[in-house]
Design a protein. Structure first.
Length: 236
């Protein structure tokens, strides 16, 4: 089984990768197209040169590496899937979409990037990729990070059931510290998840946003709601 997990920034994506990585029976791949994405866009992200050097120059070579993995978990960022990034590998994967309410994403993201755009947070890209999977004749799965944090055991069991994978308690915790499959950018972004040994508890009320952050949330909300209407649930 190859699991392609599609997320946006400031979600539960790294913790969920650690949950699957701790199973002991899967290879984990952290944001495989990040290097080609930076090369194609010219964006100046932290550790840009190191990220580009850590991935094959050709996105087609990245794709071939993904297809060659026999039992793997791929952590993808939806916004990386721009023109020039191949999608053929999606036909060979179980595609799962991890969603989070845009108010929470925007509140977190704009602390570091006050002028963030809709493209930066990837909600429209996530819906477009979801529709792409449907067009392939495959059944995508949607899971909400808030539901995972509310009851990790119930939701990870539901997720495993939905994709035909046996659940194991090993998915509920992991050792603190860096992981061998972390992207080279981990020192910049993964401090909090490196300090963790499991999923954080339930989230509180939605943040109150104003100005640009409120506008960005309103723009992303219809995309989130479309995905949320299709999410799997469990009995809490």
């Amino acid at each position: 089984m190859r699991i392609a997990m599609w997320s946006g920034p400031r979600n539960l994506s790294t913790a969920l990768m650690y949950a699957f990585g701790n199973r002991g029976d899967m290879t984990c791949v952290d944001e495989p197209f990040y290097g080609p994405y930076l090369r194609l866009t010219g964006l100046d992200h932290p550790m840009r040169d190191e990220i580009i050097a850590s991935r094959p120059e050709s996105p087609v070579e990245v794709e071939q590496n993904l297809i060659s993995d026999q039992h793997a978990y791929h952590k993808h960022m939806c916004q990386h899937m721009i023109d020039g990034i191949p999608r053929g590998f999606m036909e060979h994967c179980v595609n799962v979409f991890l969603i989070r309410h845009p108010a929470r994403v925007v509140a977190s993201f704009t602390k570091e990037y006050p002028q963030a755009t809709a493209a930066d947070i990837g909600f429209a890209a996530q819906v477009e990729l979801y529709d792409h999977v449907l067009a392939l004749g495959r059944t995508p799965v949607v899971i909400d990070s808030a539901d995972i944090r509310a009851d990790p055991r119930a939701m990870l069991t539901a997720l495993c059931d939905a994709i035909g994978l046996d659940f194991t308690d090993r998915m509920l915790s992991w050792p603190a510290g860096p992981k061998p499959y972390d992207g080279v950018w981990a020192p910049v972004w993964y401090a909090s998840v490196h300090a963790s040994t499991g999923f954080a508890g339930p989230e509180g009320p939605l943040p109150d946003l104003t100005g640009h952050a409120a506008d960005l949330t309103a723009e992303a909300l219809p995309y989130y709601e479309k995905m949320a209407a299709r999410k799997i649930t469990a009995n809490f």
